[in-house]
Design a protein around this ligand. Structure first.
Ligand code: CO
Length: 149
């Protein structure tokens, strides 16, 4: 390949780590309790997103963060996901340093985007979703953590 190593790796668009793995559930407290009891997880922050239609509960297992998604409205996309596919893996979130650059890089590479522009995610993050049709059937979230923290 003739690309420079930084281009081959995505340059500034390359992820800096795994932010979290998200699971769609009907009862986030029940799964959190199981993870605490079985794997020594620690319950973390929780938040209502999308104008109160989605409850998000973070659970920390050592270096791993799991985001439990519990819809509060039948119209939410996660509720439709549960209705058609049942509980399960919803998305994998990759932390990037520059979400605008990462999104542009994905677009240039021909990846179908769910979000053309970054939008507000949990606790002050900026997020954008990439379409599972382009990524082995897996919904991928790009996530930029605010630098002011
Ligand atoms: Co997420």
């Amino acid at each position: 390949m003739s690309e420079r190593p930084d281009q081959a790796a995505g340059g500034v668009a390359a992820p800096v780590g795994l932010s979290h793995v998200a699971i769609a559930v009907r009862d986030a407290d029940a799964l959190a309790a199981t993870l605490v009891a079985a794997l020594g997880a620690r319950r973390g922050e929780e938040e209502l997103l999308d104008e109160g239609t989605l409850r998000v509960l973070f659970v920390h297992l050592g270096p791993v963060t799991i985001e439990l998604l519990e819809p509060r409205s039948a119209d939410h996309t996660v509720a439709r996901f549960l209705a058609t596919r049942g509980e399960g893996l919803h998305h994998v979130s990759l932390e990037v340093a520059d979400i605008g650059a990462a999104l542009a890089h994905c677009r240039e590479a021909g990846v179908r985007l769910v979000d053309e522009q970054p939008r507000a995610g949990a606790h002050g993050t900026q997020v954008a979703f990439l379409h599972p049709k382009s990524l082995g059937g897996t919904l991928v979230e790009l996530c930029q953590i605010p630098t002011s923290r």
